[in-house]
Write a protein that binds this ligand. Structure first.
Ligand SMILES: Cc1ncc(COP(=O)(O)O)c(C=O)c1O
Ligand SMILES: Nc1ccccc1C(=O)C[C@H](N)C(=O)O
Length: 415
């Protein structure tokens, strides 16, 4: 017996769900139980019309005038403000631009520049690989002997924070097992040792309340396409604590970060504001989709989002507990809600085939090598009854060994 949670009645939980009206604001295909909003969020209904309007009226008719008339030029700041509201960031401290990887390149370069004379970048071996790759690239680019030092368990991190560490770079919620760090405590521990902290909020923003200001975080980055529902490859965001604004710290000195881009000055002069973290022309269609997706959050109560996320995860764990041992499914997500994000993951043999069999039955989650099946819980559009049903289908697939068919063994490029 594992379960420490009180038995959840799915039907009753859907009936009393304060967020139930949001489901209708998304386009979700019939027959799909979508448990992959932690990888690609669903399509908010109004995005379709908004992008169509941008294409036909703004691009099609107004053409280049739309940079001013539709204010395309300020989309990075406008969308940034909307995201700022969800992550506890003040006005003028967030922009939407580029990808998470590129934004990490910018803020890590800035953080290392701000903290000279120290050589270590501390992170986790199990961090999302792009974060580690970017850190390796930044260290090489700077050429001053910075090195990436990786922990193998969250409990090891405090001891790694020493006088030679320049930056602590962590993903708040782990993409694989859903483990959630204590942002405020780790930020404080790092600051006490003179270390700057960068938080990757890819699996956090839109899934739970965050208080970057309260935690005193130095920098943060995150993507737009998961819980924020900005669409595949949506622009990402970055946060800079106002105390680090000014000077010039990031190396991608493109013209959108210039103080006066339309002066066309041959010399670079950085904006003194968050704009200096922009580089080039924003991808307007993707930005507009992101902007529209973000308008959905205007009246969302993030405390209710977190409460529902916790119960959705608890419910799934409760249902799978009844057959997990029998089929060798090992829960790798913490049972303690305080230590997890908004997903539930299991390690198991034949995970890839099991996930393919689930997808064939309409339960869409994903697989992360070598052996993790992941189920993302998105409170705005998931029903408790669906989570319960997804667990029942998983059980059926395991009992009938439906996964043991040749078509479920073939790996796609994206898993
Ligand atoms: C924690 C984390 N960081 C970064 C990324 C990806 O960054 P990018 O959007 O640049 O591919 C992901 C997922 O793709 C992620 O889960
Ligand atoms: N950007 C993608 C493109 C294709 C397929 C998946 C992704 C993901 O976002 C993966 C995600 N970051 C993860 O936590 O695994």
């Amino acid at each position: 017996m594992h379960s420490t949670i009180t038995k959840i009645d799915a039907e009753q939980a859907d009936f009393t769900d304060p967020l139930r009206s949001y489901r209708d604001r998304f386009d979700l295909p019939d027959g799909v139980l979508y448990l992959d909003g932690n990888s690609l969020g669903a399509l908010p209904k109004t995005v379709r019309q908004r992008v169509a309007k941008t294409i036909s009226e703004e691009w099609g008719e107004q053409l280049i005038r739309s940079w001013n008339t539709a204010d395309w030029v300020h989309l990075p700041q406008r969308v940034g403000r909307k995201i700022a509201n969800l992550i506890g960031a003040g006005d003028g401290s967030v922009v939407t631009a580029d990808s998470t990887s590129i934004n990490l390149f910018k803020v890590l370069s800035a953080a290392l520049d701000l903290n000279p004379g120290r050589s270590k970048i501390i992170s986790e071996r199990d961090n999302f690989p792009t974060d580690l790759y970017i850190a390796q690239g930044v260290a090489k680019q700077i050429g001053k002997g910075h090195r990436l030092v990786l922990s193998d368990a969250p409990s090891d991190i405090p001891d790694m924070l020493d006088e030679d560490a320049a930056v602590l770079m962590l993903t708040h919620v782990n993409y694989r097992n859903g483990y959630r760090h204590d942002m405020a405590a780790l930020t404080k521990m790092a600051h006490d040792k003179g270390i700057l902290v960068i938080w990757d909020l890819c699996h956090t923003a839109g899934a739970m309340p965050v208080d970057l200001t309260g935690a005193g975080a130095d920098f943060a980055i995150g993507c737009g396409y998961k819980y924020l529902n900005g669409g595949p490859g949506a622009p990402a965001f970055l946060y800079v604590n106002p105390r680090h604004m000014g000077g010039f710290r990031q190396p991608l000195s493109g013209w959108f970060g210039h103080r006066a881009p339309f002066d066309f000055d041959p010399s670079y002069a950085p904006s003194s504001n968050i704009e200096q973290y922009l580089c080039g022309t924003p991808p307007v269609l993707a930005m507009v989709a992101m902007d529209e997706a973000m308008s959905l959050w205007d009246d969302v109560d993030m405390t209710a989002v977190r409460a529902k996320s916790v119960t959705l995860c608890d419910l799934f764990i409760q249902e799978v507990d009844s057959f997990a041992d029998e089929f060798g499914l090992k829960l790798v997500t913490p049972r303690d809600a305080d230590r997890r994000g908004s997903q539930v993951s299991y390690s198991c043999d034949n995970g890839y085939a099991i996930m393919q069999a689930l997808i064939a039955r309409g339960v869409v989650g994903d697989f992360r090598a070598p052996d993790i099946i992941r189920f993302g819980m998105t409170p705005l559009y998931l029903k408790f009854a669906e989570v319960k049903q997804a667990a029942a289908i998983l059980r059926d697939i395991l009992e009938t060994r439906a996964w043991d068919a040749p078509e479920f063994q073939v790996r796609g490029a994206v898993t």
